[in-house]
Ligand binder design. Structure first.
Ligand code: ASN
Length: 301
């Protein structure tokens, strides 16, 4: 399957470059080392056991867990619609080997739009999926047939659920349970997670963020949000997270820039391997990687 998955990945990358360019996005080259990165928490969905650090010429640098903070700074520097094909390293707990959807090295198509609201991003992503699925079915039908895969018929707008309602209905495994039940991709909104996802100022406890979940048990494939951009709000959120163990010191360089003023924005990141896994119908997301990076499985090469 791997060689076929490589062809589907190539198709997804080509389609994505085209899609974002046509919609006026500027592609940035990815950053791989920096003074700070996405904390990936506090979030019950995160299980990173450590963040790789190197010392280089007297500076402590970390590898990118995501470019979310860099996306905000790029907009502050004057860009308006950006996309990055961004390699991320997330040293996940080896227990995640069995989830079928975790890797410790992967790529996300990470995009951000100045002054956008969550509805704008959801609409854009729906167009992205609505264009991609028929394209793959038409031009890569031979590969899909080889694996007995038929992609579902998809309609816009995608259904939307809140975390709260799914938790009440399905308990803590709501993501996979609901995914198994659904026939087309859907949204789950209002997750309590990282400080950079905006909390609705009118409704504390409601978060202006969203995950795109693939159907048929494949689970989450994109997460994104409107962003906290106001310095005082960012500080409050960081202080709240510090009570759950976040080290604010690590975010000082970001805070210094944020103090000069950030631009309101919204965006998200599409996990490339998870998307390809869903398209081809692979059992594990590592099955679509030529060089597997599965938590708990030694690297062959
Ligand atoms: N890329 C995600 C976003 O834009 C963040 C992440 O990957 N943790 O919200």
């Amino acid at each position: 399957m791997k060689l076929d998955a490589v062809k589907i990945t190539d198709a997804v990358l080509g389609y994505s470059h085209d899609f974002f360019r046509k919609r006026g996005f500027i592609e940035l080259v990815p950053v791989m080392l920096s003074v700070t990165t996405d904390p990936l928490g506090p979030d019950p969905g995160s299980s990173v056991i450590k963040t790789p650090e190197i010392e280089y010429l007297g500076q402590r640098l970390v590898t990118m867990q995501s470019m979310i903070l860099h996306k905000q700074i790029a907009l502050k520097k004057g860009l308006e619609r950006i996309v990055i094909f961004s390699p991320n390293i997330r040293l996940e707990n080896p227990k995640r080997r069995e989830t079928g959807k975790h890797l410790f090295e992967f790529m996300q198509i990470d995009f951000e739009i100045a002054h956008a609201r969550m509805g704008d991003v959801m609409d854009l992503v729906e167009d992205y999926i609505m264009g991609l699925v028929p394209f793959i079915s038409e031009y890569y039908g031979d590969i899909l047939r080889k694996y007995g895969r038929t992609l579902p018929k998809i309609e816009k707008p995608f259904p939307v659920f809140t975390v709260k309602e799914l938790e009440e209905q399905y308990g803590k495994d709501w993501e996979i349970e609901k995914s198994k039940e659904m026939k087309q991709p859907f949204w789950v909104i209002s997750h309590k997670r990282e400080f950079y996802d905006k909390e609705d100022p009118e409704r504390p406890g409601t978060y202006l963020n969203y995950d795109l979940i693939y159907p048929e048990g494949f689970g989450e494939g994109l997460s994104g949000a409107e962003r906290e951009w106001d310095y005082e709000r960012i500080l409050k959120r960081l202080e709240r997270d510090a009570q759950e163990g976040l080290d604010i010191e690590k975010y000082k360089p970001y805070l210094e820039l944020a103090k000069e003023g950030l631009v309101p924005s919204a965006g998200g990141g599409i996990g490339v391997e998870r998307l390809v896994r869903w398209l081809i119908g692979a059992k594990h997301v590592g099955d679509v990687q030529l060089f597997e990076r599965i938590p708990g499985k030694p690297v062959e090469f």
